[in-house]
Design a protein around this ligand. Structure first.
Ligand code: GLN
Length: 501
């Protein structure tokens, strides 16, 4: 491996296993890359140089001693700051958790440690995962490595930007309404939202518990598959955790790499396209469909009429659940505490100072939607819409194996452009939200650059619940077809960033 930070995670794992590289040198190369570019990108909130190198050295020693190691042992990773990490600061992008050091690991953190992956640090995010641009982070925005004046998506902009800037080969995200897939789309990377319950949420700071799902982020479909298998599986600590084996993601991704799609029917969701979608986004999406047809896929159109209500239902359900989940940040138990003469005033002052505007906006919305007399009209109606959306999906999956759409209606917008316009910001999620409302798995893969601005476009794939492997199979095939047309992975084309060429 000539360039230690540019390879895929799969290549890094192979080079480590073959003794061509040590985990210490691989990890150090990523730490050096972070030191060189993160001043511009700001993908990380906290970098754990010492801890990462310590894990790397222990892996190298075990490998030298002939100990059998997990596949990704020694491959470094970044973790979204929404996951608690024992001994490492965890803020969820909020001032209210500034300085808090968790006393325990999230289940997924524990699994990453058991996989012997050096943890480079914690990635930046919109405060409590509310947002589509990472501008709502209390610690400053992350910048898109394709164009530093543009958003890297959100809420997991840090995890996506770290990949696109070659600061980490793998990262972890959380997706409540698109926070893995939308950042993947706008940074030219791959992001997967597993079936609800497929990955434990224990130790993930909750936004909306019925929608939240953790998932893998990488530069290739195979890399996300490798990480999915590390993260997934039943966990007795999470009551919604599925009692079923981890999906065979890696085998499916490898099968897909042949690029063969014969026998596969793709359903284009009529409501997620057309008006409001940027021309270049539609063009690249259509070209990806053409490539799929050329590889034997059948492409049909499906209708999901209830999707027009998805955004509205989501912005009732999410604030309602968030207002309850965030009640625990009161200055008594965690992080910031603004002392006042009474307990009530201490709580009020702590929350007034500790939460940002978007968080306050959603808490107010959610509290209102849940208040006596309004509950049925708002939360109740939104739950009914959720059922209708699930029915739309069920009907659509009778006609197609995988449903597809552009992941996001546009390429990344400019930092600052929508920060004062919450509705415009929310509209970026129209295509990703339905999957969360229905609990089904989704993936975003790069579909090239829009011709009008040379910025990344994402191609979204959705599968029925529990069929995550299907995403890796079909996503892997479309990726292989597009890479063949481009002469290599899109991420390798990421533009200059202090020597990223
Ligand atoms: N952008 C969406 C929101 O603001 C999605 C958030 C998420 O998936 N965490 O709610």
């Amino acid at each position: 491996m000539s360039d230690l930070v540019r390879g895929t995670a799969a290549e890094m794992a192979d080079a480590l296993a073959a003794g061509e590289v040590t985990s210490v040198s691989l990890t150090q190369a990523h730490l050096d890359r972070i030191a060189a570019v993160d001043g511009d990108v700001h993908a990380f909130l906290h970098v754990d140089t010492e801890g990462a190198l310590e894990t790397a050295a222990a892996v190298d020693a075990d490998r030298a001693a002939g100990v059998s190691l997990p596949k990704l042992a020694g491959v470094p990773i970044g973790i979204k700051d929404v996951l608690v990490t024992k001994g490492l600061p965890t803020t969820a992008g909020s001032r209210i958790l500034e300085g808090w050091i968790p006393p325990y690991d999230a289940t997924v953190t524990r699994k990453v440690r058991e996989a012997r992956m050096p943890i480079l640090g914690k990635t930046n995010m919109d405060e409590f995962a509310m947002g589509s641009s990472t501008e709502h982070s209390a610690y400053g925005a992350t910048h898109n490595p394709w164009d530093l004046d543009r958003i890297p998506g959100g809420s997991g902009g840090g995890s996506a930007a770290a990949l696109a800037a070659f600061e980490a080969p793998l990262t972890i995200g959380s997706d409540t309404g698109g926070s893995i897939r939308q950042p993947a789309s706008v940074t030219g990377t791959v992001g997967v939202k597993p079936t609800y319950g497929g990955v434990s949420r224990y130790g993930a700071i909750a936004l909306a518990s019925s929608l939240d799902q953790l998932g893998p982020c990488g530069r290739t479909v195979l890399d996300t598959a490798l990480l999915h298998e590390v993260m997934g599986g039943h966990d007795p600590h999470d009551a919604t955790s599925l009692r079923e084996p981890v999906p065979g993601a890696v085998a499916a991704a490898l099968e897909g790499a042949s690029g063969d799609l014969s026998g596969v029917t793709l359903g284009v969701i009529k409501e997620l396209g057309g008006e409001g979608y940027q021309d270049g986004v539609k063009q690249r999406f259509e070209e990806a469909l053409d490539a799929a047809r050329g590889a034997g896929a059948t492409v049909v159109e499906v209708e999901c009429p209830s999707f027009v209500y998805a955004l509205a239902a989501y912005y009732l359900i999410l604030p309602a659940e968030a207002s309850s989940n965030l009640a625990k940040f009161d200055g008594v138990r965690f992080g910031l505490r603004v002392e006042r003469e009474t307990v009530e005033r201490t709580m009020a002052a702590t929350r007034a100072q500790g939460f940002g505007d978007e968080v306050k906006r959603r808490i107010i919305l959610g509290t209102y939607a849940l208040s006596a007399g309004y509950y049925d009209a708002y939360y109740g109606s939104a739950q009914k819409v959720r059922t209708l959306i699930q029915r739309d999906f069920t009907a659509a999956f009778e006609k197609a194996d995988v449903l597809v759409s552009p992941t996001v209606p546009s390429t990344p917008f400019k930092l600052g452009e929508r920060i004062d316009d919450p509705l415009a910001m929310y509209l970026n999620d129209v295509a990703t939200i339905p999957a969360n409302l229905a609990g089904i798995p989704g993936m975003s893969i790069p579909a090239g650059l829009a011709p009008e601005d040379n910025l990344p476009v994402g191609f979204q794939l959705l599968a029925p619940a529990h069929q995550d492997a299907r995403l890796y199979r079909v996503g892997g095939a479309i990726e292989a077809l597009l890479n063949a047309a481009w002469g290599g992975p899109l991420s390798a084309l990421a533009p200059a960033l202090g020597g990223a060429k």
